[in-house]
Write a protein that binds this ligand. Sequence first.
Ligand code: NIG
Ligand code: FE
Length: 419
Amino acid sequence: MTKPIWIIHGNQLATLASNHKGPRTGKVMSELGIIEDGSLWIEEGIIQAIGTTQELAKNFGGRIEEAEIVDASNHLVTPGLIDPHTHVVYAGSREKEFEMRLEGATYMEIMNAGGGIHATTRMTREATEVEIMEQTSRRLDSFLQHGVTTVEGKSGYGMNLETELKQLRVMKKLKKQHPIDLIPTFMGAHAVPSEFKGKEDEYVDILIQEWIPIVAKEKLAVFNDVFCEKGVFTPEQSERILEAGKKYGLIPKIHADEIISYGGAELAARVGAISAEHLLKATDEGIGKMAEAGVIACLLPATALYLRELAAKGRKMIDAGVPVAISTDCNPGSSPTTSMPLVMNLACITMRLTPAEALTAATYNAACAIKQEHLVGSLEVGKQADIVLWNVKDYRELQYLFGVNHVKAVWKKGIQVVD
Ligand code: NIG
Ligand code: FE
């Protein structure tokens, strides 16, 4: 039996609790459910009670000797951050391409010349499972240090069955071994592998007829994602891949309208995707369709900055009724970062989200984008005790004092993993 934990006197306990059900948009994104002088009682990894310190003292004061007391005076307390879009499982690194891009090459030029996603695919194919696990585990450690307690991860650096399965199995193993919860997505449609150049439809057929059924049968993924972009997969090919996944119970996600307007947002609405990602070039019509269909916009402002592109229209999307989540997109090419705090900062600065909206986008809405909101994303009785104690007093300071990691302590399922 682990000792109960009693967090007391939190200057602000941002619970993210709300009466609104499902992903939040519009004004609801500003509801942080803040309790001043807040308190949490945690037992067996689960939140048992939440309220003011005075309220909890009435019920738990008699058990003070038995609990570990955490004095959160002068600190903000929030749910663990959630990263709903990463390509965290890979081998190698691409710092040379970073330099090439600064010298003038574009992301797509590098990829079409056999670099980019193809370069990481080569390195991931060659690496052993143990090597990939070690490299990924270090990145997950860094996520934890930045207050992130749940991470979605995609395959897609295999693009042959063997390596796609290798990536998904690494995720399954790491989910058991690492404190972070990893939620797996199959993304065989990350690019067309060089072996299939000029035979794109053949690759799509293999994905649909062979790989998706195997991934689903082995229960290796929850979601199915595709890079719908000119020169990668067309909207028609993307739709076929996502519809095929649906037949096997894989929920659609889609990398949409990142580099050009390509009908990706509209496609996300049409296939009933849980989320559409990137959306830098989403049209007003596409945004409207996403709002109607309730598709979550998963926005990646660090990627936009790293590619030196204008950020997605986050402000406009929230005002149009689209629920917004944010994510690092952690990957070796367009966003090699594990810092969700930085992503929240950028969401405010480059997309004009307010500090409250940025926190909702990185917690509750992020949980919804990977269907984990019944477990995490807010501090409520019965939910997992995934908690961050910050070195700031007020939630606005998290975004205002930008570019700094303000994490003081992190608990995952009631166990302290950062102190
Ligand atoms: O989400 N857009 C496609 N995939 C990743 C980049 C992957 C890479 O460059 O290795 C993304 O940005
Ligand atoms: Fe991505």
